[in-house]
Design a protein around this ligand. Structure first.
Ligand SMILES: [Zn+2]
Length: 78
């Protein structure tokens, strides 16, 4: 497993590219946004994207937009 281009700060969910990578894990990292410098408090981008809760939230948002658009069309016809 190679070094990722960036890692995700779990405190503020920012992308961080200032980190030390060794033997498949984060050794040192500092988040410029919130100052987090605990290597355990960072996640790899691929692990972060696979979070099932995040995908469920995206589906809910799409459904709400579809319902809103349908309501607008009905008002214009009347
Ligand atoms: Zn942060």
């Amino acid at each position: 497993m190679g070094r990722p281009d960036y890692i995700i700060c779990l405190e503020c969910e920012s992308e961080v590219d200032q980190f030390s990578w060794r033997e498949g894990e984060v050794r040192k990292a500092v988040c410029d946004v919130c100052g987090n410098n605990d290597p355990d408090a960072f996640s790899l981008p691929e692990d972060f994207e696979e979070d099932p809760e995040t995908q469920v939230e995206e589906d809910d948002i799409e459904d709400e937009y579809e319902d809103y658009g349908a309501d607008e069309d009905e008002e214009e016809e009347e």
